[in-house]
Design a protein around this ligand. Structure first.
Ligand SMILES: Nc1ncnc2c1ncn2[C@@H]1O[C@H](COP(=O)(O)OP(=O)(O)O)[C@@H](O)[C@H]1O
Ligand SMILES: [Mg+2]
Length: 230
């Protein structure tokens, strides 16, 4: 399977660049934790990769093909999925109906239920009645229904307790084991690094650490310095 390669990516919003000269490669089976302070540019980076916002400079390739100027839909067709920050369920629809929106066939939903047995028990409940953690599980399942090669996840823990988020992480690991390349933006830095193979820290739009996730986890002083941008 192909890798997704980002080189020299710069994203401009309003007054100036919010992401500057970022290099990053997402490979099948690997989970990259993207962490950094609020306002560092994490969401903007994901949005440029999926095509929500244009890149001001730099290139994005999937395998040999450049996709920098491709539409969102064209990128999705190439296997790129983006769970946007604050993405929610359709509360008035049942769990099954939510999943059918992307899975399209009942057979495909049944495959998802094998991965998410907790959701099968709530199959006919309106999604609004699920707990926050269960709702995020629906959001994850909906994104995974199309078997994306590249999955960008922006703060799925928003509003969740760490213990609830801890139950979602094994699913992300499972997706990677099935061959997806994952970019995971997370406020629970230590939990994200614990589940990740690689880490990228951004501070004020610049990469301040790129390397192994476990190495970063083992060096609090490196993590601290990267957050501060030094
Ligand atoms: N739609 C927008 N218009 C103008 N500026 C924005 C917009 N979205 C984000 N920004 C600015 O871009 C910078 C990076 O924001 P963001 O990518 O949301 O960071 P993070 O996800 O790391 O918190 C911030 O300074 C933010 O104020
Ligand atoms: Mg954000």
């Amino acid at each position: 399977m192909n890798a997704l390669r980002i080189a020299g990516l710069t994203v401009t919003r309003g007054a100036g660049p919010v992401i500057r000269d970022v290099d990053l490669t997402l490979e099948p089976g690997r989970i990259t934790a993207l962490v950094g302070p609020n306002g560092a540019g994490k969401t903007s980076l994901l949005e440029a990769v999926s095509g929500v916002v244009p890149a001001a400079a730099g290139t994005i390739h999937i395998g040999p093909d450049e996709i920098t100027k491709h539409s969102r839909v064209a990128r999705a067709r190439r296997g790129l999925a983006h769970i946007e920050q604050g993405r929610a369920v359709f509360g008035g629809l049942t769990v099954l109906e939510n999943l059918m929106l992307t899975a399209r066939t009942r057979a495909r939903v049944d495959e998802l239920f094998d991965l998410f047995p907790e959701l099968e028990k709530r199959r006919d409940s309106p999604a609004a009645l699920l707990s926050g953690g269960e709702q995020q599980m629906v959001v994850l399942a909906r994104a995974f229904a199309v078997r994306p090669s590249f999955l960008l996840i922006d703060e799925m823990s928003l509003g969740l307790a760490p213990v609830v988020f801890t139950r979602l992480l094994p699913l992300v690991t499972r997706f990677a084991e099935e061959g997806a390349a994952i970019l995971l933006v997370e406020q629970f830095t230590h939990l994200a690094l614990g589940a990740a193979t690689d880490a990228l820290v951004v501070s004020s739009g610049r990469v301040t650490y790129a390397g192994g996730a476990q190495e970063l986890l083992a060096s609090p002083s490196t993590l601290h310095a990267a957050y501060l941008g030094s």
